[in-house]
Design a protein around this ligand. Structure first.
Ligand code: HEC
Length: 170
């Protein structure tokens, strides 16, 4: 190879590295970084308030299942057809029973009830009771349900204000 071509090749190589680094930096910029620290990944596991810390991997798996099975109606933590009953921690805590912990959320995905706890939503809300109508629930096992719950409950601390659409303003 001629010296000219070789030096051209080296310059191109350096340019590619520079571009990669610039793109990498902008993706990881603090402005839109998620917080994957242990504190953000620690949530209530049951109504009594015992705590559990999930791994980033589990929560990301939960995010994937959530986007597939729940995203059509709950993308970003809101409820498209009922903005009063979102998936933000404040609203979940006010449901009967409170749905602000892993156990109660998994229970909801198995046997969903209305916000006031009075009637069953097994006819209208996707769950393990109606996988014949809601195919998206068919392939989810108990681990998947836990990971979905973990995603919902860690989203406020991992993703901050992007979750629940800033309920205060409704
Ligand atoms: C077809 C639309 C739709 C899909 C898909 C859906 N939901 Fe819902 N979800 C709703 C509606 C509507 C409500 C409000 C129900 C009511 O009237 O009480 C709701 C309520 C909830 C609540 C109660 C929220 C609270 O603040 O008490 C939880 C928890 C929930 N959904 C979780 C899920 C999960 C997890 C999935 C995926 C496995 C899912 N939903 C899929 C429409 C949907």
């Amino acid at each position: 190879m001629s010296p000219l071509l070789a030096s051209l090749g080296r310059s191109l190589g350096r340019l590619m590295i520079a571009i990669t680094v610039i793109i990498g930096l902008s993706v990881a910029s603090p402005a839109n970084a998620d917080n994957w620290d242990a504190e953000s990944l620690t949530i209530k596991s049951n109504p009594e308030g015992a705590l559990v810390t999930f791994s980033e991997k589990d929560v990301k798996a939960g995010r994937k299942s959530f986007n597939q099975s729940c995203g059509a109606c709950h993308s970003g933590g809101i409820t498209k057809t009922n903005h009063n009953i979102g998936l933000d921690p404040e609203t979940l805590a006010l449901a009967a029973p409170a749905r602000d912990n892993v156990e109660a959320l998994v229970d909801f995905m198995k046997e969903p009830t209305s916000f006031d706890g009075v009637y069953s939503l097994s006819e209208s809300h996707p769950s393990q009771l109606n996988t014949d109508i809601f195919y998206e629930m068919r392939d989810l096992n108990d681990d998947d349900l836990e990971h979905i719950a973990a995603y919902i409950l860690t989203a406020p601390s991992v993703q901050g204000m992007q979750w629940g659409g800033g309920k205060i303003y409704w």
